[in-house]
Design a protein around this ligand. Structure first.
Ligand SMILES: [Fe+2]
Length: 263
């Protein structure tokens, strides 16, 4: 046995098993009140959340006047081509080409128009273009994993991309994130930014994932899962998924807080 594997084995021994973490998830959820629709900020099975969750109430600060009226971006700043993540790097990326589209709505079902929607994601092999992601899966020279667009007058966004793969992380031994796409949504000013993740239906990793399970309400978790839509799928080109984002109200999409890990 090499010294490297000895070190790896030692580190692995210090981490909880998946069975332990799954049992912790179940225990928290059994004790949770129904209708808790936003992620727990201090969710013990999600290890790093214990050390960095807020321990004091957030101070309410009136935004500066310019923050409320100054534009976050101009329409000319967002090129329509930025919504296609398959054409950004001089060749076709590897993986399942897919379209993901949906509407951004307020709590009354009204479209949120001309909203900046940004996404970032791993490639088909589950690897990010990021210095902190060094796990042994290949980078794709034809895929950056970032894109953005503006919602239209009816609140619709639309991206063409590659279906991301699941990837390992170091929360516990043999921890894997379900495949997901990170979403950021801006309102009319920076103080309204919200961040969440979109998942894919039927992922076998859902039950094992402390980030997804940090939302204790099953119906709220379900709102993070896109729907496969064969009408949106195009012949010999791309599969199609639909996913709406509801910003407020009792059916709001669960959102993360600023500073949460991008795992
Ligand atoms: Fe991620």
């Amino acid at each position: 046995m090499s010294s490297t594997s000895t070190l790896a084995d030692t580190l692995a021994d210090t981490l909880a098993s998946q069975a332990d973490v799954t049992a912790e998830i179940r225990a928290v959820q059994l004790a949770a009140q129904p209708g808790e629709t936003q992620p727990r900020l201090d969710f013990a099975p999600y290890r790093s959340s214990l050390l960095r969750h807020p321990t004091k109430a957030r101070p309410l600060v009136d935004p500066e006047g310019c923050e409320l009226v100054a534009p976050v971006f101009g329409h000319s700043d967002v090129n329509q081509l930025e919504a296609d993540l398959t054409i950004q790097a001089g060749g076709d990326p590897v993986g399942e080409r897919m379209v993901v589209t949906g509407r951004v709505l307020d709590g009354d079902g009204r479209p949120v128009r001309h909203q900046l929607v940004e996404i970032w994601q791993a490639n088909a092999a589950g690897r990010y273009v990021h210095k902190r992601d060094q796990h042994p899966a290949p980078l794709d020279p034809h895929f950056t994993g970032v894109g953005r667009c503006l919602t239209d007058a009816d609140g619709w966004y639309r991206f063409t991309t590659i279906k991301p793969g699941p990837y390992p992380w170091r929360n516990h031994h043999n921890a894997w994130r379900p495949a997901h796409i990170h979403f950021s949504l801006f309102g009319t000013d920076f103080t309204q930014r919200m961040i969440t993740q979109m998942y894919f239906p039927g992922d076998p990793l859902f039950a094992l994932d402390p980030i997804y399970q940090a939302i204790t309400d099953q119906a709220a978790r379900d709102r993070l899962v896109a729907t496969y839509d064969h009408e949106l799928t195009t012949h010999e080109w791309a599969t199609g998924y639909r996913w709406d984002v509801v910003l407020t109200g009792s059916h709001a999409t669960p959102m993360e807080r600023e500073g949460d890990d991008d795992a």
